[in-house]
Ligand binder design. Structure first.
Ligand SMILES: [Mg+2]
Length: 150
């Protein structure tokens, strides 16, 4: 089962999103760079992400015990962030003791390009505009949270 998450407004709260919306991309990068060693506060799906990560640790343990065991959960983060703002994502996940199998820091690239390759069984994002798949076959869930929805 592959589950993909946006970061801001989904795994993390909308603190950074508010800076981006209030100022611009340059100010956002400045702000995130300055705070790169401060973890974000949890967003609406932080708890789900943490629980999946915990299950993955159990799966990893099982695989060490039984080499035939195939882990069934895979997680991905698909975010519009890119360097230097990726640092704070890493800081946040490390602080929570969790990780994703894959992380995509897309910069300006449309999310659909990655999602159509990744083919997650579910993708969560707080921005409606990110939930438009040309392929049209990826289950996408809108998280109506934070400044992106005000
Ligand atoms: Mg977002």
């Amino acid at each position: 089962m592959r589950i993909a998450f946006d970061f801001d407004g989904v795994i993390a709260d909308d603190e950074a999103e508010a800076v981006f919306k209030g100022d611009n991309l340059e100010k956002f990068h400045e702000y995130e760079d300055k705070n790169s060693n401060i973890p974000h506060k949890p967003g609406p799906l932080a708890d789900l992400f943490k629980k999946l990560s915990f299950l993955q640790k159990l799966e990893e343990r099982e695989r060490e015990r039984d080499t035939n065991y195939k882990p069934i959960i895979r997680t991905a983060i698909v975010t519009a962030r890119n360097a230097p703002a990726h640092e704070r994502v890493i800081t946040t996940l490390e602080d929570w003791g969790v990780s994703a199998n894959e992380s995509f820091f897309l910069g300006g690239m449309v999310k659909n390009r990655i999602l159509s390759r990744l083919k997650p069984h579910m993708f969560f994002d707080d921005q409606i505009s990110h939930l438009e798949s040309e392929a049209g076959d990826i289950p996408m869930v809108h998280i109506p949270f934070g400044i992106a929805n005000s």
